[in-house]
Write a protein that binds this ligand. Structure first.
Ligand SMILES: Cc1cc2nc3c(=O)[nH]c(=O)nc-3n(C[C@H](O)[C@H](O)[C@H](O)COP(=O)(O)OP(=O)(O)OC[C@H]3O[C@@H](n4cnc5c(N)ncnc54)[C@H](O)[C@@H]3O)c2cc1C
Length: 472
């Protein structure tokens, strides 16, 4: 079905989006919904089912829910465990954290295969009429006060009112925004990851817990390592990830194949159930280097016509479980800002104000969300396991309302005007000056500008209980 009739009246703003990951696709779909004219450029010549497990929290799931038919398709592909079992590396169960309260209060989440989810969203973009150009690799960016554009590998130049650089951790857009080449750094960690058919798992009596009676999700925590296994689609598929120390250079590549034996070395002496899972796992694995970046000082270009969104602006550690969600929030926020600026524009297209306002609205929230990834990693990787046995809740995943019970579209609608006004009247250069005065309006409350985890989260405490499972 062609759903383009559901979009609003055309705004006249031409948006060029570079990169068809979840940041770029969300920006493209949301901008199209708001009546902007979108062209999406992606370097891959064809769609492939790449990746393995990925998570979308309630904060991004509500964006999917606004796209007709998409949430229903994702739901059918999603992991539907009722909670996460947390064990130590020897296999002793410490707690089970259930999701019922969170789901009732914050909304549903979607966890599943990245490639399968990506295909659903990509097809939705085509279905509603987004102009997608595959095999279009962007080599360079340019801008002036009236327009921005890109140069493709073929030499073709394309211009628009605004360019969104959503090309992931190796973004080329960063150079024009920052004025220098910013290289990713190794974070000191990498993740072995895999996804395979659960047939062999289901045959093993010691692993049937995973495949009988619905999906299961189990995390084993050890010194500076964690291993998380999940059965998906009612026990049809199986996936695990193992975050481990890694000091390799990532100059040339950050996703390698690694033999299963590498993971066996890291997990030597761990729970026999983990060893059994390794026995059923096809080799090789993916060894995914976790890239880190110091927070970029800005995500927007000097003339305010180019913005970095998603991983190109802010890569996340997987322990935040928020990288894809924050990438989607960027897209939804930008679409609103472009509409609001258009509505108040006098004399020009309003894009420059929209870009400055977008960054001010997003910057501090994203920083706080990034911080949660470091906090969870440290809580898990540096756990004192004898203390944790007495206080298992200290190991729970913090699932807080400020992050998860959030609607990016509504928030941007509610805060656009106030933020834009502060930027317009900024004595240090207006919307072209430092956006700090606007960012300050959006600092989540907490110590030193970052939200600290509450010791006893009000809404979610009741969902955390200690139980014995897997005979742990
Ligand atoms: C192939 C792949 C597999 C992944 N697998 C997983 C996974 O299993 N689990 C997980 O949690 N996360 C995975 N990720 C990362 C995850 O999707 C992102 O961290 C998150 O969704 C934020 O997405 P993003 O759109 O900002 O960046 P990305 O998902 O990295 O998307 C960037 C897009 O830009 C395109 N691109 C890059 N350079 C150019 C260029 N010069 N011109 C045009 N297009 C360009 C890329 O091909 C890609 O489609 C994967 C990413 C990729 C690209």
């Amino acid at each position: 079905m062609n759903q383009s009739s559901q979009t609003r009246q055309k705004s006249g703003i031409r948006v060029l989006v570079v990169g068809a990951g979840f940041a770029g696709l969300t920006a493209a779909i949301e901008c199209h919904r708001k009546g902007h004219s979108v062209t999406l450029l992606e370097k891959f010549p064809e769609l492939k089912l790449l990746g393995d497990i990925i998570s979308f929290g309630p904060n991004s799931s509500r964006i999917f829910q606004r796209w007709p038919g998409v949430a229903e398709q994702l739901d059918a592909l999603s992991q539907r465990a009722d909670g996460l079992v947390i064990k130590n590396w020897l296999g002793e169960t410490l707690l089970k954290q259930t999701w019922t309260t969170e789901q009732n209060e914050f909304g549903i989440r979607f966890d599943g295969h990245r490639g399968e989810f990506h295909e659903v969203v990509y097809k939705h973009a085509l279905d509603i009429g987004v102009d997608v150009r595959l095999g279009a690799r962007v080599e360079d960016y340019f801008e002036n006060d009236n327009e921005a554009g890109v140069v493709l590998e073929s030499g073709e130049r394309i211009t628009a009112n605004i360019v969104l650089a959503a090309e992931g951790v190796r973004s080329k857009g960063r150079k024009i925004v920052l004025g220098y080449d910013d290289k990713p750094k190794p974070s000191g960690y990498a993740v072995y990851r895999c996804w395979f058919d659960a047939d062999e798992v289901a045959k093993d009596p010691d692993l049937q817990y995973f495949t009988n009676n619905g999906d299961k999700h189990v995390a084993w925590l050890g010194p500076d390592v964690h291993f998380i296994a999940a059965s998906v689609k009612g026990g049809k598929d199986f996936s695990w990830v193992c975050t481990h120390r890694d000091e390799q250079d990532i100059e040339e590549s950050w996703s390698f194949e690694a033999p299963l034996s590498d993971a066996r070395k890291v997990l030597e002496g761990w729970d026999p159930v983990v060893q059994k899972i390794l026995d059923k796992t096809p080799s090789p694995l993916i060894d995914w280097k976790l890239v880190y970046r110091d927070p970029l000082p800005t995500w927007i270009s000097a003339r305010r016509r180019i913005a970095l969104i998603g991983d190109s602006a802010h890569p996340f550690l997987p322990t935040s479980i928020q990288g894809a969600s924050q990438a989607m929030e960027d897209g939804a926020t930008m679409a609103v800002c472009l509409s609001r600026a258009q509505a108040v524009a006098t004399g020009n297209d309003g894009v420059q104000e929209a870009v400055a306002t977008f960054e001010a609205i997003r910057y501090e929230r994203v920083r706080s969300a990034q911080k949660t990834g470091e906090q969870t990693r440290d809580i898990w990787h540096k756990a004192d396991f004898s203390a944790a046995k007495k206080d298992p809740q200290s190991l729970r995943l913090r699932r807080e309302a400020w992050l998860l019970n959030f609607d990016a579209e509504t928030y941007a609608e509610a805060h656009y005007e106030e933020t834009a006004r502060v930027l317009r009247t900024n004595p240090e250069g207006g919307i072209f000056g430092d956006t700090e005065c606007g960012r300050k309006l959006h600092v989540p409350e907490g110590k030193e500008g970052y939200l600290e985890y509450n010791e006893t989260p009000v809404n979610v405490a009741s969902s955390v209980k200690t139980v014995e499972v897997l005979n742990g």
